[in-house]
Design a binder for this molecule. Structure first.
Ligand code: GDP
Ligand code: MG
Length: 163
């Protein structure tokens, strides 16, 4: 069985951009508008001989009844349930939000292997700008730039090494 990696996080942090990096797949459409991607959710990739499956979340159309936050929470729960390891993506440029705290609380309670990844970190140093993310209580913050491909390989190795 190939290990399953779930990408979770609030809209617009770069999950689909990271998905494309990890899967070399064009299936996930990267939108410039929060919450408006219509992704296929699964992709495959490999690191050397190690193959893996990636689940993207957030490719949904919020309806009036469910609303974007309820739908996001549902997709996050489903993806996390299927995953062997969770990559929780936050936005290094936007900083922490209430939604980040909610997702972090959920993931901490669940106790699955989880990596905290600060995306859009191109040109940043691991120190000061990323310090606030330690508040989430998920351990080390891994800076990456999905758009530029920086830190992505190291992040993937760390994810596969938790298994
Ligand atoms: P999602 O909603 O979490 O799937 O986020 P997307 O992958 O659709 O990306 C949202 C926006 O962030 C898009 O405009 C991307 O081009 C941008 N983005 C994604 N990764 C990076 C990155 O590493 N650096 C910067 N500066 N922008 C990024
Ligand atoms: Mg997306």
């Amino acid at each position: 069985m190939k290990p399953v990696i779930a990408l979770v996080g609030r809209p617009n942090v770069g999950k689909s951009t990271l998905f494309n990096r990890l899967t070399k797949s064009r299936d996930a459409i990267v939108a410039d508008y929060a919450g408006l991607t219509r992704d296929r959710h699964y992709g495959q990739g490999h690191l050397g001989k190690r193959e893996y499956i990636v689940i993207d979340t957030g490719g949904f159309e919020p309806t009036a009844e469910s609303g974007i936050f309820k739908e996001m929470a549902k997709q996050t729960r489903q993806a996390v349930a299927e995953a062997d390891v969770v990559i929780f993506v936050v936005d290094a440029r936007d900083g922490l939000s209430a939604q980040d705290h909610d997702i972090a609380n959920y993931l901490r309670r669940l106790g699955k292997p989880t990596l905290l990844v600060a995306n859009k970190a191109e040109g940043m140093r691991a120190g000061t700008q990323l310090a606030e993310f330690y508040e989430l209580g998920l351990g080390e913050v891994i800076p990456v730039s999905a758009a530029h491909g920086e830190g992505v390989r190291g992040m993937l190795e760390a994810a596969l090494d938790t298994l």
